[in-house]
Design a protein around this ligand. Structure first.
Ligand code: ADQ
Length: 471
């Protein structure tokens, strides 16, 4: 059986606690554990003179190989290009981009360096699965070095429409490099369509399969490849049982007592401008301003650990949210009720599951999001006998599947505020129906299903020496 090689920007090393690392890291480690494999990527460390060869650790059937970045690479590849240019571009925030050719060059150079070091680790029948926007050019760099292996790519964030992508100098090189993969996986068929349209209108390529479908064959830049939608899921059963077990935990009890019978609305995100957090605060502000019946009856808890604190846009967002919290609480709080609880810290997954279960409303309002796993985790954590309501942005990939949510336009404050009201007063029967329809999807589209479907598709693109069964 062929070996699986996973490449991702951050590698969850064996000593890292997966209770905080999240479901994706667990799922990837599981697939490596099943088949034996290599996990390759950035160590998360920056060092003055990085060792050119990767540091290797072996645990069980998994080899880990990681490289450090130099301070210049960390700035150019990671901060300036990946997070400062590609992230806002893919989230349709062109106004936040400050393009610098040096950052682009650093991005390409780091991909070339990572490819160079990976070649030395590869066996001829390895199957390679590259994750996310940091490493789009990796396959092209591997091909340049003679690698013929099956190489798949999965983009966790949205793929922008061609008009948006074209704002990036070098967009043609980026898409050409994307076509060096054998299978390009996206979260939704909208992302597949965006790539298809780019190929048809911005390149000389051709596409087999209709542009609106979720599975196409592309012929472009001298290569044939497949692109498809593989919506990522969560470990639904695990989340449900974590949440049920947490219902009686000290932490959940303390949360419950602190609410003294008030309804809880919960938001959980990395502190990121794509998540629409200020819009959510504004909507809650509007709810309290327009419907006094909720005064003293509802608490909004936003959990948002600081992420990418070195990037200026993220510092700006923090200031904005600090201000909004103060404004709403200053205006509406009573001596015995604080409407907004705003926490800049991470919680273990079991704690989050308990909090989700206790919340009457899960408020998820990204302006753009590849999928949004929080929406799915919230639903999986609910009590079947008395489930809460998911309020979900139409611009999250999850909205394609979570049809039982109250779908909102995050740019429309009053729309979110109306949905919040509707969720808070929704009768049990309707809550149950909506929740059951979403659970039916989550029970099928689990993270294991995602991984197996993707690997089976990648395998199907390959020769007989690929993985025997992806699961
Ligand atoms: P993210 O942008 O990080 O992921 P999301 O899908 O919501 O967004 O995943 C966040 C994960 O972090 C969830 O599992 C959540 O539980 C966890 N998390 C968030 N806040 C936390 C906190 N305070 N404490 C502990 N854990 C916390 C990217 C894309 C998404 C895509 C995923 C997976 O941007 O669109 O869904 O990858 O493909």
């Amino acid at each position: 059986m062929a070996r699986l090689v996973i490449v991702s920007n951050r590698v969850a090393m064996p000593r890292e606690r997966l209770s905080r690392a999240g479901g994706l890291a667990v799922a990837l480690r599981e697939s490596l554990g099943q088949h034996g494999g290599l996990w390759y990527g950035w160590s998360g460390e920056v060092s003055e003179n990085p060792d050119p060869a990767p540091r290797r650790i072996r645990q069980g059937r998994i080899d880990y190989a990681v490289l450090d970045l130099s301070p210049e690479e960390h700035k150019g590849f990671y901060l300036d290009f990946s997070n400062g240019i590609l992230w806002p571009l893919c989230h349709y925030r062109l106004g936040l981009i400050d393009f610098r050719r040096s950052a682009w060059e650093s991005y390409l150079a780091v991909n070339a360096r990572f490819a160079e070091q990976l070649v030395a680790q590869l066996k001829s029948d390895d199957i390679i699965w590259v994750h996310d926007y940091h490493f789009i050019p990796l396959a092209a760099e591997l091909r340049r070095r003679g690698v013929q292996n099956r190489i798949g790519f999965f983009l966790h964030i949205p793929f922008p429409a061609p008009e948006v992508l074209a704002a990036l100098p070098g967009h043609d090189r980026l898409v050409r490099d994307l076509c060096a993969y054998d299978l390009v996986g996206f979260q939704t068929r909208g992302d597949v369509r965006a790539l298809t349209e780019y190929i048809l209108h911005e390149s000389d390529g051709t596409v087999l399969g209709n542009a609106g479908s979720e599975d196409v064959r592309i012929s472009a830049f001298g290569r044939d490849l497949r692109a498809g939608a593989f919506p990522i899921g969560i470990d639904t059963a695990e989340f449900a049982s974590l949440a049920a077990a947490e219902a009686g935990s000290d932490e959940t009890q303390r949360l419950s007592e602190s609410l003294v019978g008030r309804s809880l609305v919960i938001g959980v995100d990395r502190l990121d401008y794509s998540k629409g957090i200020p819009q959510r605060f504004e909507a809650f502000h509007h709810l309290l301003g327009s419907r006094p019946e909720h005064h003293g009856k509802v608490t909004f808890m936003q959990i948002a650990p600081i992420s990418r604190g070195e990037v200026a846009q993220y510092r700006k967002l923090r200031n904005e949210l600090d201000g909004l919290t103060g404004r709403i609480n200053g205006k509406f709080a009573e001596f015995d009720w604080v409407p907004v609880r705003y926490l800049n810290r991470a919680f273990a997954r079991n704690s989050l599951a308990g909090f989700y279960r206790h919340a009457k409303v899960g408020l998820v309002t990204p302006l753009r999001d590849g999928m949004n796993l929080v929406a799915k985790e919230y639903v999986a954590s609910q009590d079947a006998a008395d489930p809460g309501v998911l309020v979900l942005s139409r611009f999250a990939g999850a909205a394609r599947e979570m049809k039982g949510a109250l779908i909102v336009n995050p740019y429309d404050t009053e729309h979110i505020s109306d949905a919040l009201h509707r969720a808070l007063v929704m009768p049990l029967e309707e809550r149950r129906q909506r929740w059951e329809s979403m659970m039916a999807v989550l029970n099928v589209n689990t993270i294991a299903h995602w991984r197996e479907t993707y690997l089976a598709a990648l395998q199907a693109e390959g020769g007989p020496q690929m993985l025997e069964a992806a699961g």
